[in-house]
Design a protein around this ligand. Structure first.
Ligand code: G3I
Length: 417
């Protein structure tokens, strides 16, 4: 009881401090001006051939050129069938102990994780754990360009379809990941030599084909991923090179045309607290909104480590100012690396639990923070050891699927204890 009061009081303090900080930010960052919060209506699709448009130079996020929302459009690739699920029955499986998903429901929160059909097919304990504890999933790689659109005229939806089917069979929502990103792109795109008009056609057809295939099945799409530098300027990405900063507005427009009901997100890492990057992201999404680009939310990836997490007060202020724009916020890819700490294992796991709890606590205190996802189900499936070359244990469950202190910290918070 006393503990519950303390948790509630600390959440309120974080929220108040967050509001205070947001109010102290420069006016151009703190308020959305005359923009109407929420989703701007999509411009009707035009089927005319894509025309050349001038490219603007790389621009700091805080000083973006005006975006347009009437870019020439395209049709999805011919012959693709929309994805239909034979028995799309949403079921809430009863569980013995309160699961994260049951507790999260009381908070109107999606609790999710990244996965791949390969993991689920080969590990029935993992797939049971996923269905029991989570009510949202995101494909870790299955919907990336290299996999889903490996050749110009060939789409392979098999892995994405398997995950969407799993999700629907277990009453889970799906985040679509990802439409515009530099990594895991097929050679036919990265080595391609095309005119600007052809690049627009390629990007438009990819987005409209993939999003149309999953129309009605995806809660939210990561439309554009990691387009901002640490200093808040736009990154010199593949699509920035080909189409300039306008590619961001184009991607949102085409995604909205293909599925008017999916929420469209900008997703990034390192802009969770208050820093030049999060200011650049704020300016970017505010600029998109003000020019009628259909953006609905911001994903905060939250790949972090012991000692590296953003201060709760900054995370709160940053979420709050995005929420004030009417945007939904998701923690999209959280993991907490242990490998840089020299403490004993028990201490590391306790500190990891605190970080997970703190981030979730801020999310619960901001009304528009609607989803909290980890980047991998168990430590066995984390991308971190492969990436850093060192063992690690950044997730909620150990390699054998045994819940760690971080799991219990989350359950406790969700249960308001
Ligand atoms: O599946 C192939 C396999 O057939 C091949 O033998 C092997 C050789 O390298 O590669 C395998 O593909 C790898 C794939 O993961 C599947 O595990 C790719 O090389 C590897 O690049 C890919 O890494 C993924 C990375 O994104 C790039 O797509 C990671 O698993 C995934 O965790 C990571 O996720 C990203 C988010 O999408 C965006 N935010 C950051 C996050 C972490 O980098």
């Amino acid at each position: 009881m006393v503990e519950s009061c303390i948790v509630k009081i600390s959440r309120s303090i974080i929220l108040c401090l967050g509001l205070l900080l947001a109010a102290c930010l420069p006016a151009r960052l703190a308020k959305p001006g005359a923009a109407t919060p929420g989703v701007a209506p999509a411009t009707p699709a035009s089927t005319s051939a894509i025309q050349e448009t001038p490219t603007a130079a790389s621009t700091p996020g805080a000083n973006l050129p005006p975006a347009r929302t009437n870019f020439p459009s395209c049709e999805p690739a011919a012959g693709l069938l929309p994805f239909k699920i034979a028995s799309a029955q949403a079921i809430e499986k009863p569980t013995d102990a309160p699961s994260m998903r049951l507790l999260a429901k009381q908070h109107d929160l999606f609790i999710g994780t990244a996965t791949d059909p390969g993991y689920l097919q080969n590990d029935s304990a993992a797939s049971q754990l996923l269905a029991r504890e989570f009510n949202m999933l995101v494909p870790e790689v299955a919907m990336k360009w290299e996999i889903i659109h490996p050749e110009p005229e060939r789409y392979d939806f098999s892995r994405g379809d398997a995950l969407v089917t799993f999700a629907r069979q277990h009453g889970m929502a799906v985040r679509g990941h990802v439409l515009v990103w530099d990594l895991q792109m097929p050679a036919w795109v990265t080595n391609g030599q095309f005119t600007r008009q052809e690049w627009m056609q390629i990007l438009c057809t990819h987005i409209k084909s993939v999003v149309s295939h999953y129309r009605g099945q995806i809660y939210a799409w990561d439309v554009v991923n990691e387009a901002v530098n640490q200093d808040g300027t736009l990154r010199n990405t593949f699509w920035m090179n080909k189409l300039g900063p306008e590619h961001i507005a184009m991607a949102f427009q085409w995604a909205r045309e293909a599925d008017p009901n999916a929420k469209l997100f900008y997703n990034d890492n390192g802009g969770e607290g208050l820093n030049p990057k999060s200011q650049g992201i704020y300016a970017l999404v505010q600029g998109l909104q003000q020019t009628g680009v259909p953006i609905d939310g911001v994903g905060m990836q939250m790949h972090t480590s012991l000692g590296g997490a953003p201060p709760a007060i900054e995370l709160s202020a940053n979420m709050q100012r995005l929420a004030e724009l009417g945007l939904e916020i998701h923690i999209t890819e959280m993991d907490v690396r242990l490998q840089y700490s020299t403490s004993d294992n028990e201490t590391k796991l306790a500190q990891q639990a605190d970080i997970y709890q703190q981030v979730l606590s801020v999310c619960l205190s901001v009304h528009n923070c609607k989803a909290f996802l980890t980047w991998g189900l168990t430590d066995r499936y984390s991308w971190i050891p492969g990436f850093t070359g060192k063992p690690d244990a950044p997730l909620l469950y150990d390699k054998d699927g045994v819940p760690k202190p971080a799991y219990f910290a989350i359950v406790k918070l969700l249960a308001n204890q």
